[in-house]
Design a protein around this ligand. Structure first.
Ligand SMILES: [Zn+2]
Length: 223
């Protein structure tokens, strides 16, 4: 295994532990994966049912994107492996996928409501956070529904109806930041609704924001 793969797997573990530390995932819910930098037809994913504070690089499982077969690692891959595989197969630009049940975003998913453009940070995801149709967790149908929601909205994240959140990125840190943004904007949208109303940004205002984001997120990547 090359040095760049080893580094990426360490980053995957760091991302998983950060999700747990910041409360975006609880218990053993949620999962994280990264495309293998040396074998783009394979991904590495967190295992099923191992607590986040115990997880190490040795627990990660390499899975073939086409067949779904585990190639390396002795653990059982995450139950949401089909959804991660489907996203990498659809989007060649995606190199990392984060799945959470973060509370406020999942409240919108339970209501079957998209998260609207109440705050400029949503521009990092799209013009809104769409809702994928419900299907039982871990199923190929959920994988298809998630991919379809991302495609339809041209978005970097989506809600899974009555379930949770999916966020994608060209790096682990980007996918992590997007999962965090989805939760933040969900909290703000919820609060604005409680105050009584929300004022939405226009697609033009979001596009203007997106132009400024290049330098902002480039700076974050350097941290
Ligand atoms: Zn889930």
């Amino acid at each position: 295994m090359g040095e760049c793969v080893v580094e990426e797997l360490k980053e995957l573990i760091h991302t998983a532990k950060e999700l747990y530390r910041t409360g975006l995932v609880r218990g053993t819910s949620g999962n994280v994966s990264v495309r293998d930098p040396e074998s783009p037809g394979r991904m590495w994913i967190t295992p099923s049912a191992i607590p986040y504070d115990e997880i190490t690089v040795e627990d990660l499982v390499q899975v073939d994107l086409e067949s779904g077969t585990p190639v390396r690692g002795s653990r059982k891959p995450s139950s949401e492996t089909p959804m991660h595989r489907a996203i990498y197969r659809l989007r060649s630009d995606v190199r990392a996928v984060v799945h959470t049940h973060s509370t406020y975003a999942t409240m919108f998913a339970c209501a079957g409501e998209e998260i609207p453009a109440v705050h400029y940070l949503i521009a990092e995801i799209g013009d809104r956070v769409p809702v994928a149709d419900y299907a039982v967790y871990g199923s190929e149908e959920l994988a298809r529904n998630a991919v379809e929601a991302l495609r339809r909205a041209g978005a970097n994240g989506a809600l899974l109806k009555n379930h949770g959140v999916i966020a994608v990125g060209e790096s682990l840190s980007k996918a992590y930041v997007r999962a965090e943004i989805i939760e933040t904007v969900a909290q703000l949208a919820f609060g604005a609704k409680m105050i009584g109303r929300w004022e939405l940004l226009t697609p033009e205002q979001l596009e203007e924001t997106r132009k400024n984001f290049g330098s902002y997120f480039a700076a974050r990547e350097d941290r």
